[in-house]
Design a protein around this ligand. Sequence first.
Ligand SMILES: Cc1cc2nc3c(=O)[nH]c(=O)nc-3n(C[C@H](O)[C@H](O)[C@H](O)COP(=O)(O)O)c2cc1C
Length: 275
Amino acid sequence: MNITVNIYYTGENGNARKFAEEMIQSGTVDKIRNENGNLRYDYFQPFDDPETVLLIDQWTSQDAIDVHHASPMMQTIAKLREKYGLKMKVERYISDEDGIPDKDKKFIVKKEETIMSKKLVAYFSASGVTAGLAKNLAEAAGADLYEIKPAVPYTNADLNWQDKNSRSSVEMNDKSFRPAIADTNANIADYDTIFVGFPIWWYVAPTIINTFLEAYNFSGKTIVLFATSGGSGMGNSAKGLKPSVSETAVIMDGKRFAASTSVDELKKWVESLGV
Ligand SMILES: Cc1cc2nc3c(=O)[nH]c(=O)nc-3n(C[C@H](O)[C@H](O)[C@H](O)COP(=O)(O)O)c2cc1C
């Protein structure tokens, strides 16, 4: 249990703010924060009321508050309040952290969740190279990992790009073809940023990536592409994928990486994206 006391100090000509500043500069606030049982002693100002300052102070128990009220500090505070001619309004709350109903807990966003966007690394890998990179990227980005699996896996013969009649050659010759995916379990709705990885096929993303994008709602999401290849860059991958997502999704061109790219290098890349 802890007790929170909100005190609104209101004055004129910026006096409430001056009062708070003097409390801090004179070291009084530091002294209070060092008192036994004090958890918090912070001033805030409402956006639309420059003549009011809100003090939020929090204590471990009523005993701690009683000791504070009996300390000489209270005289210092009272004198300052008189000096600045402030009026006070007080609210008092007792914590009930154990009593928050589950249905309300979802509205209470922890500090870290608010700051960090939730990231997913989703990848397709026909022969394992992109899979290795995706795993490192997920570690670098602190992201979850999801494999885009074809309903029918590609065999070596399917991947023979020198054979005009191989499955991959036939599929990539028809950009409207959508190879089926094995599942739609990626929970895209839970993420803000989705890294989408693939091997470059014929200078672009394989069309199974279009199938994946079309299977979910990417409205408002940021999609960052990444790939491995025998040497080609991202080419027109983003252009070929854009029609498969909502207009409100952002697709970042991203980057082609060597299979051996380290977690540290990937970390620097992720940081440079600002996502
Ligand atoms: C059908 C097919 C087409 C490919 N086209 C290209 C290409 O245009 N440029 C390139 O550099 N590599 C190309 N590659 C090589 C792959 O991009 C590369 O080997 C990739 O790292 C494989 O990743 P994976 O193991 O995750 O499938 C192609 C491979 C296949 C199977």
